[in-house]
Design a protein around this ligand. Sequence first.
Ligand code: SF4
Ligand code: FES
Length: 263
Amino acid sequence: MSTAVIDTSDQSAAGSEPAASHLVTVTFRIRRFNPEVSAESAWEDFTLDIDPKDRVLDALHRIKWEQDGTLTFRRSCAHGICGSDAMRINGRNRLACKTLVKDITAIKDGKGAKPILVEAIKGLTVLKDLVVDMEPFFQAYRDVMPFLVTSGNEPTRERLQSAEDRERFDDTTKCILCAACTSSCPVFWNDGQYFGPAAIVNAHRFIFDSRDEAGEQRLEILNDKDGVWRCRTTFNCTDACPRGIEVTKAIQEVKRALITRRF
Ligand code: SF4
Ligand code: FES
């Protein structure tokens, strides 16, 4: 009788710990800030032996659990849904839980070629390490009335809408409010008063909803000196969005609706 042989050489595919030979040595250079210690931020290096298929969030967890418990960052779902771990990684806004180490550093002779730079997103006040004050961001979101407004005509069941009408705002429903777009915008960096791309995306989601009745009101809110006209169409926001939302296109559609009053 023959004996079945199970190949366990690819252990990571089988869901168990990777063999040590899979590990590479990578340095994470993290911009630290603790207002109780210093008014200035400073870079600090942490070196790990890590599976290149691990995510930056995994590395941050290991640094916190194994090397420095004071390292501070936000995360919740770890699967690209909650939007809480947007940070600047190698100079670009990304979600730490969606960024694989192998995709952001060249590996040579078992080592990362360069340190991976990790810092807080820009344009919002840093509270500690990678945690920023999100309140101005959420205030702009609240200001555009991100909810359905209707008067009367209560349906007995759901408010019906054609597939075509639903399609008009499908892209902007995908926003997870991570702030990667707003905090990549040079206009927002220079003047935090600008509503920013994320607020406009969430206004778009309701302005173009055929069931909503507050489109004019939202357009007037965005017609403000700190509204859509501040956008300089740099496309940073579209490049930064981890959900692949065409942010700049949505902003352009809101601008056009303001001019034509057709939406
Ligand atoms: S539009 Fe994209 S980048 Fe901006 S907050 Fe929403 S999900 Fe994040
Ligand atoms: S931890 Fe939720 S999106 Fe990354």
